[in-house]
Write a protein that binds this ligand. Sequence first.
Ligand code: SF4
Ligand code: FES
Length: 305
Amino acid sequence: MIVEQKGYTGEDIAPPTMCYYSKLKTSGGYCRTCIVKVTKGSTANPTPMPKPVASCRTAVMDGMEVVNITSPEVLEARKGVVEFLLINHPLDCPICDQAGECNLQDLGYEHGLAKTRYEFERRTFDKIDIGPHIKLHMTRCIMCFRCIKVADQITDDRSHGMIFRGDASEISTYIENVIDNDFSGNVIDVCPVGALTDRTFRFKSRVWFAKPMDAHRDCKKCSGKVAIWLKGEEVLRVTSRKDRWGEAEEWICNECRFEKKHTSDWVIEKPTHIDRHSVISQNHYENLKDLKLDIGKQQKQLETK
Ligand code: SF4
Ligand code: FES
């Protein structure tokens, strides 16, 4: 559902999502991050909905009116959702590879409390290598089901899922069995937190120190259109390109993602566009030209005063 409000459109005003992913069928409905208030059901039936609803699972009707960030009730309820998501999630952002591009980190800053009220022991898991390229850090998992949908819908043969129920739920380590599939690496891109990370990139650099560039190659398995993250001439990691919603534009294969780590493997197109709200955009070279022009103009103005 896309909500519009005076002066804002699309991603500026869309509710945050942790489990919904438009490219994955049946995703959404698990995390409740996207709750909104429906103040008018439709033109035919203007009755407001009695409680906040998960917008990713609510059908849009003609004349429907939806309130998101202007409703104190929604903001309060979302605060509660964030608190729940953070009950077991470790606050290890300083050492987590996902920091800087973590949906939960952003959500925590925007809607979370400064302190946790949770007094019980958090559940922890050992880290598991799921094949040579992916690390599963279950302690950070928020049970969004996206990786299961990827394995189910993008790879040929899903052999992992959520096992147990309630606070005992965990992603089954049978995920190891899908690792041979050419598209299994996409679970890294859809994971909203640092639960599934790229072993070829782990602890190599903070993402905001790397320079993302759009690049492509002639690939027989996927479109070959990716973002390569550079440090000097070194390709630190390869990811899918992200659209304005932060979702993968196209799924990429494991060969492109894990095996092509030289600039000579790629035709580099241009700096990847980074949203200005992202920490990765700080001093981003994409804007350097404009920045220099601006400084030049200001200097001239000072000289003529
Ligand atoms: S591992 Fe990541 S993608 Fe999979 S359910 Fe957990 S948080 Fe979601
Ligand atoms: S994004 Fe709607 S419930 Fe998770």
